[in-house]
Design a protein around this ligand. Sequence first.
Ligand SMILES: [Zn+2]
Length: 58
Amino acid sequence: MANANTDTKEHADQNIILTTEHRVACDGGGTHPITYYDLGKWGQATCHYCGQKFASHH
Ligand SMILES: [Zn+2]
């Protein structure tokens, strides 16, 4: 019991899409309608449908 599986937490942090655009589009790989998110205010956004995270990258 010395080694616990902690892969789940790291996996979530690595699943962020970096973009230089101020606005991103997400369709969840075709699983939901295309939705646009504005990164201008917070510098990051999370898709309300599939939970995909986006962050601005300068
Ligand atoms: Zn999405």
